[in-house]
Ligand binder design. Structure first.
Ligand SMILES: CC(C)(COP(=O)(O)OP(=O)(O)OC[C@H]1O[C@@H](n2cnc3c(N)ncnc32)[C@H](O)[C@@H]1OP(=O)(O)O)[C@@H](O)C(=O)NCCC(=O)NCCS
Length: 186
C-alpha cells in the first residue's frame, strides 16, 4: 500500500528534486553513507556494502507499508544523481505529526542545499498533507544540523538526557519542533 506521505513524482525546487527512494538509488546512497564524516552523528556506522544499503531499503519499505513514514532521496537536477536523503518517520496521523531526518553527501555541504530540499518537504507536509507539527531530534554537538533546524524556524523544546545509545556511546538529544502555523504564517 502506498504511504500517505509518498511523493512519487517529486517536489521540484531550483536545484533539486525530492522524491520517494527507489532501489535503483542505492548505489548513489552507498557512496555518501560510507563516509565517516557523514555518519558521525547518525545512529549507524558507515555502510561498507551494497547489501547494507539493500537491508536499509527493506526497512524503509516496511516503514512505508505500515504507513509510519516515508524515505525520500534528494536528486541534483543537473546530474540526476542522488546527493542526499531525507525522511519523515514516526508519522502519527491522529496527531498530524511526524519526525524529520536528513543526510547530505559531504561534497555538497554548506551550499544551502538541505535547506532547499527540506523547505519543499515542510511546505508539502503542512500545506498539502495537513500536518500540524514536525519534530527533529539532534545531538546538540551536531552544529550543522542544529543550524539547519534553527534556520528553518524549528524551536528547541528541550534536552532529552542520555536518550540514545548508538555505536557504544550514550548521548543527549535536543528535541526541536516546528508548528504548521509558524511555517505558514511567520
Ligand atoms: C546537517 C546537514 C544536512 C546540513 O546540510 P547543508 O546542506 O550543508 O546545510 P545548509 O547549507 O542548508 O545550511 C543550513 C544552515 O546551517 C548552517 N550550517 C551548515 N553547516 C554548518 C556548519 N558546519 N557550521 C555552522 N553552520 C552551518 C548554514 O550556514 C545555514 O545557515 P545560514 O542559511 O544562516 O547560512 C549536513 O551537514 C549533513 O548531511 N550532515 C551529516 C548527516 C547528519 O548529521 N544529519 C543530521 C542528523 S540529526
Amino acid at each position: 500500500m502506498a504511504s500517505p506521505l509518498s511523493l512519487p513524482t517529486g517536489l521540484v525546487s531550483p536545484r533539486l528534486c525530492v522524491r520517494d527512494v527507489q532501489e535503483a538509488d542505492l548505489a548513489d546512497l552507498l557512496k555518501f553513507n560510507a563516509v565517516d564524516a557523514v555518519t558521525q552523528f547518525l545512529p549507524y556506522t558507515s555502510w561498507t556494502s551494497l547489501q547494507q544499503a539493500q537491508d536499509w531499503y527493506s526497512r524503509m519499505q516496511a516503514m512505508a507499508d505500515l504507513g509510519a513514514g516515508q524515505q525520500y532521496v534528494i536528486v541534483d537536477k543537473k546530474t540526476q544523481c542522488c546527493i542526499g536523503s531525507c525522511l519523515l518517520m514516526r508519522f502519527d496521523a491522529a496527531s498530524a505529526r511526524a519526525e524529520l531526518g536528513y543526510v547530505l553527501s559531504q561534497d555538497y555541504w554548506r551550499q544551502g542545499l538541505m535547506r532547499e530540499a527540506v523547505s519543499t518537504l515542510i511546505e508539502q507536509a503542512f500545506s498539502v498533507w495537513g500536518l500540524a507539527r514536525l519534530e527533529a531530534e539532534v545531538n546538540p554537538r551536531n552544529t550543522p544540523s542544529v543550524h539547519l533546524l534553527e534556520r528553518l524556524g524549528f524551536r528547541r523544546e528541550g534536552l532529552l538526557r542520555q536518550r540514545w545509545l548508538a555505536k557504544g556511546q550514550r548521548y543527549d538529544t535536543a528535541i526541536y519542533g516546528l508548528l504548521a502555523d509558524e511555517w505558514l504564517n511567520p
